[in-house]
Ligand binder design. Structure first.
Ligand code: PMV
Length: 341
């Protein structure tokens, strides 16, 4: 056991994941495809709670400090459950302190679970000396959050749903041959009502939306189209499939009973603004996750003008401009442990 610090970037899906085949193992029913973004990074440090030479009593709790605030309850339980997966692999019983810092507004409901669980997985595997390769790290990160499996890798990433009941073939892998160099503008909408979380939203959609089967059928077609567009460097084709996948996912959620509506008025304004920019000649397209924030993808040279246009609306609190992010990685290690207060 050693201390370790890892960094991971969040990702935004171009072909969306919306529906699980197994809730306990967090197995997606279909694949997905995303771009990892460097502006949405989480840095996580894991330290053993007692100096190793003094041994330690088992049974104490892990500790979690998120953006400087000590956490308890559900947030801590979720992290402990994740660490238990690594402890089970290595036979360790050491409790740890996890210190995690998001370099972007988490309150905004941006994809912090993706970067958070990817950084936690990489830091924990290194700290507990679990020796996991990229695929195994992706499988591990997936247990924390489905989209976290994709944040193990940089650039464009393809998630595979797999078919094994233990989830060993449900992992992400990088698409290294992609020929479109895009970045993103994240238009952070002002906080509105509390949103339905992605797991609850997917589950409710799966059990009540009459459109869910059609959504699933379309995902496979969209994945093939997106991969072909990236391989060919075909911007228009990627724009069409990304917007189609986004609106299809939201249509499925809206068709649930009662319907789930993640869009706010500002989301519709931002969609119209992106389409207006495109009609006027700016190469840009949009997506929206399980919240009101719009993400616009564009070639890097177009990002400043897209950011300026989206920042015009008073209900957009902030615009973040991002290039593609790198693989999740260890950025520090040491022998020292943290002392319980
Ligand atoms: O991995 P989760 O549970 O955060 O779910 C992600 C769901 C979406 O963000 C809406 C789509 C996606 O593929 O990231």
């Amino acid at each position: 056991m050693r201390s370790a610090t890892a960094i991971a970037c969040a990702n935004i899906a171009l072909v969306k994941y919306w529906g699980k085949r197994d809730r306990a193992l967090n197995l997606p029913a279909r694949g997905s495809l995303s771009l990892t973004l460097d502006a949405l990074a989480t840095t996580t440090t894991i330290e053993p709670l007692e100096p190793l030479e003094h041994g330690r009593a088992d049974g104490a709790s892990d500790e979690l400090v998120l953006d400087g605030v000590p956490q308890s309850g559900r947030a801590l339980a979720r992290v402990t459950k994740h660490l238990d997966l690594v402890r089970a692999r290595t036979g360790s019983r050491t409790r740890v302190r996890v210190t995690s810092v998001n370099g972007f507004p988490t309150a905004a409901g941006l994809a912090s679970s993706a970067s958070g669980f990817a950084a936690l997985s990489v830091a924990a595997a290194h700290a507990f000396e679990a020796r996991l390769d990229g695929r195994e790290l992706s499988v591990l990160a997936r247990r924390g959050s489905g989209s976290a499996a994709r944040s193990i890798f940089g650039g464009y990433v393809r998630m595979y749903a797999g078919s094994a009941s233990d989830g060993s073939d449900a992992f992400a892998a990088p698409l290294r041959e992609a020929r479109l160099d895009l970045g993103a503008v994240i238009a952070v909408a002002r906080a509105s009502e509390k949103e339905v979380g992605s797991t609850d939203g997917m589950e409710h959609t799966r059990s009540t939306s009459p459109y869910h089967g059609a959504w699933f059928d379309q995902v496979d077609l969209d994945l093939a189209a997106a991969e072909a567009a990236l391989a060919a460097g075909d911007f228009e084709a990627l724009a069409a499939v990304t917007e189609g996948s986004c609106l299809g996912m939201h249509a499925d959620a809206m068709a649930a009973r009662p319907g789930i509506l993640y869009f706010g008025p500002v989301t519709l304004w931002a969609i119209a603004r992106v389409r207006q920019l495109r009609r006027a000649g700016t190469p840009v397209f949009f997506t929206v996750d399980a919240g009101p924030h719009l993400v616009a993808f564009a070639p890097r040279a177009a990002l400043p003008s897209v950011a300026a246009a989206l920042g015009e609306h008073p209900e957009i609190a902030e615009v973040l401009v991002s290039g593609p992010g790198s693989d999740a990685r260890v950025v520090g290690e040491g022998e020292g442990g943290a002392r319980s207060p």
